[in-house]
Write a protein of this length. Structure first.
Length: 248
């Protein structure tokens, strides 16, 4: 499932099509493009140039020169593809073509990605990759809920999914079920540092699946630090793994 690192890599891919004039848009999949009708996004975008690519958490948006903003979300299995589809063109749920013959597509086998005009991200918290120390303390340390559940709350901070949360908590030596009210300022600062480190590593290495903890995250997995067998439970509604020896 795409998380912040995958979304950032998608944003970087979209930077390669900036400055190109749009000549065609395939927005015929009205489920992916809801609430727009077929042709509505195309009519708004054709003739404009894409001038900037942005991201907050898992949400992407592209600004045009003097027109609307195009919002994109990768869903649970989506990706940005620059090459034309070969075997299954039906998986290209939304496509933009440019006057130089290039294109990009929102490719998603599961059909859970989204394309929308002028998206509203007011419900989304600050990006997990660059949220400030004081704001992180306030947003993550407030209340009395399981720490992993708070990390997964996109209104608190955005971009952290199931795998990234487990990786960051393991790096910070914090148990996922520990309540936020039990965290000291030092705990929160350490978690912020390790979360940012996990994000940078995942972006550099190709995705959140490359994390040293994520790579062993299964029923037979052992902690990369101490070799203790991993514990498993449901925390924040998600299957969660942690080291019962290293994480307190």
């Amino acid at each position: 499932m795409p998380e912040l690192p995958e979304a950032e890599r998608a944003r970087a891919t979209l930077e390669s099509v900036l400055g190109r004039r749009i000549t065609a848009v395939d927005d015929s999949d009205t489920y992916v493009c809801r609430p727009h009708q077929a042709g509505e996004i195309a009519a708004a975008l054709v003739g404009h140039e894409l001038v900037s690519a942005h991201r907050r958490g898992k949400f992407l948006w592209l600004q045009t020169d003097d027109g609307p903003t195009l919002g994109l979300h990768l869903g649970m299995a989506g990706a940005i593809a620059l090459e034309a589809a070969r075997d299954k063109p039906i998986w290209d749920r939304f496509t933009v073509e440019f006057e130089d013959g290039s294109r990009f597509a929102l490719r998603d086998r599961r059909r859970l990605a989204r394309a929308v005009l002028n998206p509203d991200f007011s419900h989304v918290g600050p990006d997990a990759a660059d949220v400030g120390r004081d704001e992180f303390r306030r947003r993550i340390g407030a209340g009395n809920t399981a720490l992993k559940a708070r990390l997964l709350d996109q209104g608190a901070i955005s971009g952290v999914g199931n795998l990234l949360a487990d990786q960051a908590l393991w790096q910070a030596r914090l148990a996922p079920q520990r309540t936020t009210s039990q965290l000291s300022a030092e705990d929160l600062d350490r978690l912020r540092r390790e979360l940012r480190a996990a994000v940078r590593s995942a972006i550099r290495r190709g995705g959140v699946h490359t994390g040293s903890f994520v790579e062993v995250r299964d029923r037979e997995g052992a902690c990369p630090r101490c070799a203790r067998g991993l514990a498993r439970a449901t925390v924040g509604g998600r299957t969660t793994y942690w080291c019962p020896a290293c994480q307190e």
